[in-house]
Design a protein around this ligand. Structure first.
Ligand code: ATP
Ligand code: MG
Length: 300
Protein backbone atom coordinates (compact mmCIF):
# COMPACT_ATOMS: atom_id res chain seq x y z
CA UNK A 1 0.00 0.00 0.00
CA UNK A 2 1.00 3.62 -0.08
CA UNK A 3 3.35 4.84 2.57
CA UNK A 4 2.51 8.30 3.90
CA UNK A 5 6.18 9.27 3.77
CA UNK A 6 6.18 8.93 0.00
CA UNK A 7 4.95 11.79 -2.17
CA UNK A 8 1.65 10.78 -3.74
CA UNK A 9 0.92 12.02 -7.25
CA UNK A 10 -2.38 11.44 -9.07
CA UNK A 11 -2.24 10.99 -12.82
CA UNK A 12 -4.88 10.03 -15.39
CA UNK A 13 -4.79 6.27 -15.84
CA UNK A 14 -5.59 6.17 -19.51
CA UNK A 15 -6.55 9.14 -21.62
CA UNK A 16 -5.26 12.25 -23.29
CA UNK A 17 -3.17 13.44 -20.35
CA UNK A 18 -1.59 10.11 -19.39
CA UNK A 19 1.33 9.80 -21.78
CA UNK A 20 2.48 13.41 -21.51
CA UNK A 21 2.26 13.40 -17.71
CA UNK A 22 4.27 10.18 -17.42
CA UNK A 23 6.78 11.47 -20.00
CA UNK A 24 7.23 14.65 -17.96
CA UNK A 25 7.85 12.68 -14.76
CA UNK A 26 10.43 10.57 -16.57
CA UNK A 27 12.05 13.67 -18.08
CA UNK A 28 12.58 15.15 -14.60
CA UNK A 29 14.36 11.99 -13.54
CA UNK A 30 11.57 10.03 -11.82
CA UNK A 31 11.98 6.37 -12.73
CA UNK A 32 8.68 4.52 -12.77
CA UNK A 33 7.63 0.95 -13.01
CA UNK A 34 4.07 1.02 -14.30
CA UNK A 35 1.98 -2.12 -14.64
CA UNK A 36 -1.00 -1.48 -16.80
CA UNK A 37 -3.79 -2.76 -14.65
CA UNK A 38 -2.56 -1.49 -11.30
CA UNK A 39 -3.93 1.57 -9.56
CA UNK A 40 -0.62 2.33 -7.90
CA UNK A 41 2.84 2.60 -9.42
CA UNK A 42 6.02 3.16 -7.46
CA UNK A 43 9.07 5.14 -8.39
CA UNK A 44 12.22 3.08 -8.16
CA UNK A 45 14.56 6.00 -7.45
CA UNK A 46 12.48 8.66 -5.63
CA UNK A 47 10.07 8.47 -2.69
CA UNK A 48 7.10 8.84 -5.02
CA UNK A 49 3.94 6.78 -5.57
CA UNK A 50 1.65 7.35 -8.54
CA UNK A 51 -2.08 6.95 -8.15
CA UNK A 52 -3.56 6.14 -11.56
CA UNK A 53 -7.21 7.21 -11.70
CA UNK A 54 -9.89 8.78 -13.92
CA UNK A 55 -9.15 12.45 -14.47
CA UNK A 56 -12.53 13.36 -12.91
CA UNK A 57 -11.23 12.11 -9.55
CA UNK A 58 -7.95 14.02 -9.53
CA UNK A 59 -9.10 17.48 -8.33
CA UNK A 60 -11.01 15.93 -5.41
CA UNK A 61 -8.11 13.69 -4.41
CA UNK A 62 -5.85 16.76 -4.20
CA UNK A 63 -8.46 18.97 -2.50
CA UNK A 64 -9.20 16.28 0.10
CA UNK A 65 -5.48 15.81 0.73
CA UNK A 66 -5.55 12.14 -0.32
CA UNK A 67 -2.70 12.83 -2.74
CA UNK A 68 -0.08 15.59 -2.59
CA UNK A 69 0.10 16.48 -6.28
CA UNK A 70 -2.01 15.86 -9.38
CA UNK A 71 -1.72 16.32 -13.13
CA UNK A 72 -5.04 17.67 -14.43
CA UNK A 73 -6.63 19.71 -17.21
CA UNK A 74 -7.71 23.19 -16.06
CA UNK A 75 -11.21 22.52 -17.45
CA UNK A 76 -11.77 19.54 -15.15
CA UNK A 77 -10.06 21.32 -12.25
CA UNK A 78 -12.20 24.46 -12.51
CA UNK A 79 -15.41 22.44 -12.94
CA UNK A 80 -14.70 20.28 -9.90
CA UNK A 81 -13.69 23.35 -7.88
CA UNK A 82 -17.06 25.01 -8.63
CA UNK A 83 -18.96 21.78 -7.94
CA UNK A 84 -17.23 21.25 -4.58
CA UNK A 85 -17.72 24.86 -3.54
CA UNK A 86 -21.42 24.56 -4.33
CA UNK A 87 -21.72 21.55 -2.02
CA UNK A 88 -19.54 23.02 0.72
CA UNK A 89 -16.59 20.64 0.27
CA UNK A 90 -12.96 21.77 0.53
CA UNK A 91 -11.96 23.23 -2.85
CA UNK A 92 -8.49 24.69 -2.24
CA UNK A 93 -5.40 23.86 -4.25
CA UNK A 94 -2.28 25.53 -5.57
CA UNK A 95 -1.03 25.43 -9.12
CA UNK A 96 2.56 24.25 -8.82
CA UNK A 97 3.35 24.51 -12.53
CA UNK A 98 1.46 25.26 -15.76
CA UNK A 99 2.34 22.69 -18.40
CA UNK A 100 2.60 22.71 -22.17
CA UNK A 101 0.23 19.89 -23.14
CA UNK A 102 -3.48 19.03 -23.00
CA UNK A 103 -4.45 22.22 -24.79
CA UNK A 104 -8.15 22.45 -25.68
CA UNK A 105 -11.11 24.78 -25.39
CA UNK A 106 -14.59 24.37 -23.96
CA UNK A 107 -16.98 25.70 -26.56
CA UNK A 108 -20.67 26.06 -27.23
CA UNK A 109 -21.68 24.58 -30.58
CA UNK A 110 -25.06 24.64 -32.27
CA UNK A 111 -26.57 22.52 -35.08
CA UNK A 112 -25.74 23.96 -38.53
CA UNK A 113 -29.43 24.62 -39.22
CA UNK A 114 -30.06 26.53 -35.99
CA UNK A 115 -30.28 30.30 -36.54
CA UNK A 116 -27.56 31.92 -34.44
CA UNK A 117 -27.01 35.64 -33.93
CA UNK A 118 -24.83 35.62 -30.83
CA UNK A 119 -25.20 34.29 -27.28
CA UNK A 120 -28.67 35.76 -26.97
CA UNK A 121 -29.83 33.05 -29.41
CA UNK A 122 -29.30 30.57 -26.55
CA UNK A 123 -32.01 32.22 -24.45
CA UNK A 124 -34.42 29.55 -23.20
CA UNK A 125 -32.41 26.73 -24.82
CA UNK A 126 -31.13 23.45 -23.34
CA UNK A 127 -27.39 22.92 -23.72
CA UNK A 128 -25.91 19.44 -23.17
CA UNK A 129 -22.54 19.35 -21.43
CA UNK A 130 -20.20 17.44 -19.12
CA UNK A 131 -19.28 20.78 -17.54
CA UNK A 132 -22.55 22.14 -16.09
CA UNK A 133 -20.87 24.39 -13.50
CA UNK A 134 -18.59 26.12 -16.02
CA UNK A 135 -21.49 26.47 -18.43
CA UNK A 136 -23.88 27.87 -15.86
CA UNK A 137 -21.26 30.35 -14.69
CA UNK A 138 -20.96 31.47 -18.32
CA UNK A 139 -24.74 31.85 -18.67
CA UNK A 140 -24.82 34.00 -15.54
CA UNK A 141 -21.92 36.18 -16.78
CA UNK A 142 -23.67 36.60 -20.11
CA UNK A 143 -27.03 37.22 -18.50
CA UNK A 144 -28.64 34.39 -20.44
CA UNK A 145 -31.46 32.28 -19.20
CA UNK A 146 -30.57 28.83 -20.54
CA UNK A 147 -30.35 25.37 -19.05
CA UNK A 148 -27.28 23.14 -18.78
CA UNK A 149 -28.20 19.47 -19.29
CA UNK A 150 -25.59 17.19 -17.73
CA UNK A 151 -24.38 14.28 -19.88
CA UNK A 152 -21.26 12.31 -19.03
CA UNK A 153 -20.66 11.14 -22.60
CA UNK A 154 -21.79 11.39 -26.24
CA UNK A 155 -22.54 15.07 -25.77
CA UNK A 156 -22.16 15.72 -29.49
CA UNK A 157 -25.14 13.56 -30.42
CA UNK A 158 -27.50 15.23 -27.92
CA UNK A 159 -29.09 17.69 -30.40
CA UNK A 160 -29.79 14.95 -32.96
CA UNK A 161 -31.21 12.75 -30.22
CA UNK A 162 -33.55 15.57 -29.21
CA UNK A 163 -32.01 15.75 -25.74
CA UNK A 164 -30.75 19.32 -26.12
CA UNK A 165 -30.77 22.26 -28.54
CA UNK A 166 -27.02 22.86 -28.44
CA UNK A 167 -23.90 21.49 -26.77
CA UNK A 168 -20.94 22.72 -24.77
CA UNK A 169 -17.95 20.41 -25.13
CA UNK A 170 -14.18 20.24 -25.40
CA UNK A 171 -12.77 21.00 -28.81
CA UNK A 172 -9.26 20.78 -30.14
CA UNK A 173 -9.53 20.54 -33.94
CA UNK A 174 -13.28 20.82 -34.44
CA UNK A 175 -13.43 17.62 -36.51
CA UNK A 176 -15.86 15.88 -34.13
CA UNK A 177 -18.21 18.86 -34.22
CA UNK A 178 -18.16 18.98 -37.99
CA UNK A 179 -18.81 15.24 -38.25
CA UNK A 180 -21.93 15.76 -36.12
CA UNK A 181 -23.31 18.72 -38.04
CA UNK A 182 -22.40 21.22 -35.32
CA UNK A 183 -20.78 24.63 -35.56
CA UNK A 184 -18.56 26.10 -32.84
CA UNK A 185 -19.93 29.48 -31.73
CA UNK A 186 -18.55 30.56 -28.35
CA UNK A 187 -15.35 29.61 -26.55
CA UNK A 188 -16.18 29.68 -22.85
CA UNK A 189 -12.93 28.33 -21.35
CA UNK A 190 -9.38 27.72 -22.61
CA UNK A 191 -7.48 24.94 -20.92
CA UNK A 192 -4.10 23.29 -20.59
CA UNK A 193 -2.73 20.70 -18.22
CA UNK A 194 -1.43 21.87 -14.85
CA UNK A 195 0.34 20.24 -11.93
CA UNK A 196 -1.53 21.07 -8.75
CA UNK A 197 -0.62 20.69 -5.12
CA UNK A 198 -2.80 20.26 -2.02
CA UNK A 199 -3.10 23.47 -0.08
CA UNK A 200 -2.29 22.82 3.51
CA UNK A 201 0.64 22.90 5.82
CA UNK A 202 0.56 19.18 6.52
CA UNK A 203 3.19 18.32 3.97
CA UNK A 204 6.21 16.96 5.76
CA UNK A 205 9.51 18.80 5.35
CA UNK A 206 10.79 15.83 3.43
CA UNK A 207 7.94 15.91 0.90
CA UNK A 208 8.24 19.69 0.58
CA UNK A 209 11.96 19.35 -0.10
CA UNK A 210 11.28 16.74 -2.78
CA UNK A 211 8.74 19.05 -4.47
CA UNK A 212 11.22 21.93 -4.31
CA UNK A 213 13.88 19.75 -5.91
CA UNK A 214 11.61 18.51 -8.72
CA UNK A 215 9.70 21.71 -9.64
CA UNK A 216 12.76 23.53 -11.10
CA UNK A 217 13.43 20.44 -13.20
CA UNK A 218 9.98 20.87 -14.74
CA UNK A 219 10.94 24.45 -15.65
CA UNK A 220 14.13 23.06 -17.18
CA UNK A 221 12.23 20.55 -19.31
CA UNK A 222 9.68 23.14 -20.48
CA UNK A 223 12.36 25.70 -21.29
CA UNK A 224 14.50 23.16 -23.11
CA UNK A 225 11.52 22.13 -25.27
CA UNK A 226 11.05 25.66 -26.55
CA UNK A 227 14.75 26.44 -26.90
CA UNK A 228 17.27 25.68 -29.63
CA UNK A 229 21.04 25.66 -29.72
CA UNK A 230 22.20 27.49 -32.84
CA UNK A 231 25.74 27.15 -34.21
CA UNK A 232 27.22 28.68 -37.33
CA UNK A 233 30.42 29.94 -38.91
CA UNK A 234 30.34 33.66 -39.68
CA UNK A 235 32.71 36.12 -41.38
CA UNK A 236 34.30 38.17 -38.58
CA UNK A 237 33.32 41.39 -40.33
CA UNK A 238 29.64 40.43 -40.29
CA UNK A 239 29.33 39.39 -36.63
CA UNK A 240 27.19 42.37 -35.62
CA UNK A 241 24.85 41.84 -38.57
CA UNK A 242 24.65 38.11 -37.77
CA UNK A 243 23.78 38.86 -34.12
CA UNK A 244 20.95 41.11 -35.18
CA UNK A 245 19.45 38.28 -37.25
CA UNK A 246 19.57 35.62 -34.52
CA UNK A 247 16.45 35.49 -32.36
CA UNK A 248 17.09 36.14 -28.67
CA UNK A 249 20.85 36.22 -29.23
CA UNK A 250 21.97 39.16 -27.11
CA UNK A 251 25.00 37.29 -25.79
CA UNK A 252 26.27 34.74 -28.27
CA UNK A 253 29.52 32.90 -27.68
CA UNK A 254 32.06 33.87 -30.35
CA UNK A 255 34.89 31.37 -30.82
CA UNK A 256 37.95 31.52 -33.04
CA UNK A 257 38.18 28.88 -35.76
CA UNK A 258 41.48 27.07 -36.09
CA UNK A 259 43.36 28.07 -39.23
CA UNK A 260 41.01 30.88 -40.17
CA UNK A 261 41.58 34.54 -39.25
CA UNK A 262 38.51 36.04 -40.83
CA UNK A 263 35.87 33.47 -39.75
CA UNK A 264 34.49 32.80 -36.26
CA UNK A 265 32.07 30.25 -34.79
CA UNK A 266 28.92 31.74 -33.24
CA UNK A 267 26.97 29.69 -30.67
CA UNK A 268 23.74 30.80 -29.08
CA UNK A 269 20.85 29.38 -27.07
CA UNK A 270 17.63 30.80 -28.45
CA UNK A 271 14.10 30.57 -27.12
CA UNK A 272 12.84 30.58 -30.69
CA UNK A 273 13.66 28.37 -33.60
CA UNK A 274 15.49 29.70 -36.62
CA UNK A 275 13.25 30.08 -39.66
CA UNK A 276 14.40 29.04 -43.12
CA UNK A 277 14.18 32.68 -44.25
CA UNK A 278 16.62 33.78 -41.54
CA UNK A 279 18.97 30.90 -42.33
CA UNK A 280 18.96 32.00 -45.98
CA UNK A 281 19.78 35.59 -44.97
CA UNK A 282 22.66 34.33 -42.81
CA UNK A 283 23.94 32.30 -45.74
CA UNK A 284 23.75 35.37 -47.97
CA UNK A 285 25.93 37.21 -45.41
CA UNK A 286 28.59 34.54 -45.92
CA UNK A 287 27.71 32.27 -42.98
CA UNK A 288 28.15 28.52 -43.34
CA UNK A 289 27.59 25.30 -41.37
CA UNK A 290 24.38 26.70 -39.88
CA UNK A 291 23.04 24.17 -37.37
CA UNK A 292 19.88 24.29 -35.25
CA UNK A 293 19.93 21.66 -32.51
CA UNK A 294 17.29 20.60 -29.99
CA UNK A 295 18.18 20.93 -26.30
CA UNK A 296 17.38 18.05 -24.00
CA UNK A 297 17.72 19.65 -20.56
CA UNK A 298 18.42 23.14 -19.17
CA UNK A 299 19.17 24.39 -15.68
CA UNK A 300 19.93 27.88 -14.38
P1 ATP B 1 -11.25 9.56 -17.95
O1 ATP B 1 -11.58 8.18 -18.29
O2 ATP B 1 -9.92 9.67 -17.24
O3 ATP B 1 -12.34 10.29 -17.21
P2 ATP B 1 -11.88 11.42 -20.07
O4 ATP B 1 -12.63 10.76 -21.17
O5 ATP B 1 -12.61 12.28 -19.10
O6 ATP B 1 -11.02 10.31 -19.33
P3 ATP B 1 -9.89 12.49 -21.95
O7 ATP B 1 -10.68 12.50 -23.21
O8 ATP B 1 -8.74 11.54 -21.84
O9 ATP B 1 -10.78 12.39 -20.63
O10 ATP B 1 -9.36 13.99 -21.74
C1 ATP B 1 -8.67 14.35 -20.58
C2 ATP B 1 -8.34 15.81 -20.67
O11 ATP B 1 -7.52 16.07 -21.79
C3 ATP B 1 -9.50 16.77 -20.85
O12 ATP B 1 -10.19 17.03 -19.64
C4 ATP B 1 -8.78 18.00 -21.36
O13 ATP B 1 -8.19 18.73 -20.29
C5 ATP B 1 -7.67 17.43 -22.21
N1 ATP B 1 -7.93 17.49 -23.68
C6 ATP B 1 -7.07 17.97 -24.59
N2 ATP B 1 -7.57 17.94 -25.83
C7 ATP B 1 -8.79 17.45 -25.74
C8 ATP B 1 -9.82 17.16 -26.69
N3 ATP B 1 -9.68 17.40 -27.98
N4 ATP B 1 -10.95 16.62 -26.24
C9 ATP B 1 -11.09 16.33 -24.94
N5 ATP B 1 -10.15 16.60 -24.00
C10 ATP B 1 -9.01 17.14 -24.37
MG1 MG C 1 -12.90 12.19 -17.25
Amino acid sequence: MTDSKRLRIAVQKSGRLSDDSIALLKAIGVKLSIRDRLLIAHSTNEKIDLLRVRDDDIPGLVMDGVVDLGFIGENELEEKMLERKASGKPADYEVLRRLDYGGCRLSIAVPNEMPYAGVSSLEGKRVATTYPFLLERYFIEQNINAKAVMLTGSVEVAPRAGVADAICDLVSTGATLEANGLEEKEVIFRSKAVLIQRKDSELSDEKQALIERLAPRIDGVLLAKESKYIMLHAPKAEVEEVKSLLPGAENPTILPLAGSDDTVAVHVVSTETLFWETMEKLKALGCSSILVLPIEKMLG
